[in-house]
Ligand binder design. Sequence first.
Ligand SMILES: [Zn+2]
Length: 221
Amino acid sequence: MMFVHPLSCGLGIAFLIETPHGLFLIDSGSPGHQDRVLAKMRELARMDLRLIWITHAHYDHYGSADALRKLTGARIGVHPADAGSMLTGQSPLGSPHRYGFIYPLAQPVANRIRSLPATPPDFTGDDGETLEHYGLDAVILHTPGHTPGHSCLQLEEGINFAGDLIAGFPQPALQSLLATDWGQLTNSLSKLQAAQPKWIYTGHSVHPLPGKSLEGIKLES
Ligand SMILES: [Zn+2]
């Protein structure tokens, strides 16, 4: 059996996956929220966190990963195109559209309160590679646009962790606030659709979306 526990961690969400072979984390929330994850692990009476997969190098997605690695020995992975940002503790926001202008204003403020640590990944994984070596039956989909190395991770069971490619609940929408390359987003959406996920967890909601709801996404021109 496999369970997904979404944990609110500051501005982001960490998804703790519980399997008989170990615990796995998708994203880690903002800096300073490692205790939220540890508390859940204690509740489960499990300390075997093996892997932290980061969907993309943003403040609210890898902020607590380094602290959790030090506390648990878990290894951190990301797509190679975002590894450099994590190595230097950067969170590249690209160009904002619409209300996205808030983030370039808010991020330095948040960073002054709790700074984003340099987080060198232990390994990188590219499009089509699996995480079986680390005990998780999951495939990496490289879905750039929001950041160059943004990825979605799809579990064998058809559950997909789509990071910030998709936003919105209950009606999903394509990322419309921040991108380093706006032109790549529609291709990335097509790749996610082609994977035919049964359920999708997006980066800022604890509630999964049915995979079929992807069909209703309207693309803005
Ligand atoms: Zn993001």
